[in-house]
Design a protein around this ligand. Structure first.
Ligand code: ACM
Length: 270
């Protein structure tokens, strides 16, 4: 069994130090092998210009990367954290995954930009990552918040072997609570959503973040659910081996039953 933690809190917009302090405090006594933090957890969410985001962007070797790598070593845990990234003069809404003993994080850049993110970030250009950890005998897929509306993302991750999909989030609607369990069922994987709480106001517009962080099992049932507000660290035990058998009855196997030759071309075209 593997322990998975999701961290829900209210980042302070524009204050990386305060956010790293909050994360350190929330995780101080937590024991888990996989830890999932929200989207943009070091910076807060609502940026509408590159100038205001610029002091907060990260790259391997940066302040937040050092913090998370040390945390990964101290906890001997995989840490999946949403951070704003700078690379080649561009900004990306990214997830960095840190592993103990491996100094370079795996970077995933959000390809589906939500709402005003496109004023600040470039659409991602990385592959959908599935991180195999032999020590823990688990394969962790990563997607990011609004990716939930694109079933292709979780399907690709599951086809690549993900047994748990970690989804750092800053979700502002409630529809995902119906759909994330479906992502778990249709792929027979665990889904761990670390959503943030609180609200942010920019130019008179307020965004309310919905909390309700959750871990769903491969049958779409919630293993643990957080409240809609406040700081909440969920810690659950999962058995990734369940996800390796894609049968759901004596006859049907969800991956073997797929017919990619019928829907492959149209998915690519439109
Ligand atoms: C979102 O992608 N932050 C909804």
């Amino acid at each position: 069994m593997i322990r998975v933690a999701t961290v829900q809190f209210t980042p302070v917009l524009g204050d990386r130090e305060a956010n790293l302090d909050a994360i350190a405090r929330l995780l101080d006594s937590v024991e888990a092998e996989i830890i999932v933090l929200p989207e943009l957890c070091t910076s807060g969410y609502y940026f509408v210009s590159k100038e205001e985001l610029a002091p907060l962007v990260e790259a391997p070797g940066g302040v937040a990367c050092g913090f998370f790598q040390r945390l990964a070593e101290a906890k001997q845990a995989i840490i999946v954290a949403g951070v704003p990234e700078a690379a080649d003069g561009r900004f990306y809404n990214s997830v960095f995954t840190f592993r103990p003993g491996i100094p370079e994080p795996v970077i995933y850049r959000k390809p589906h930009l939500f709402y005003k993110e496109r004023f600040v970030f470039e659409p991602g250009d990385t592959a959908f990552p599935v991180i195999r950890d032999e020590r823990l005998d688990v394969s962790v897929g990563v997607m990011l918040c609004y990716d939930w509306r694109f079933p292709e993302v979780s399907r690709v991750l599951a086809l690549e072997g993900a047994e748990i999909i970690a989804c750092p989030s800053n979700l502002v609607t409630d529809a995902w609570r119906k759909v994330m369990p479906a992502r778990a069922i249709e792929n027979k994987v665990y889904v761990a959503v670390a959503n943030r709480a609180g609200s942010e106001t920019k130019e008179g517009e307020r965004l309310d973040f919905k909390g309700c962080s959750a871990v769903y099992d491969p049958f779409g049932e919630p293993v643990a659910l957080a409240a809609s507000s406040g700081d909440v660290v969920l810690v659950v035990e999962i058995d990734p081996r369940i996800c390796r058998d894609k049968r759901f009855n004596a006859v049907n196997e969800i991956f073997a039953d797929r017919r990619p030759e019928l829907y492959g071309a149209i998915c690519r075209k439109r």
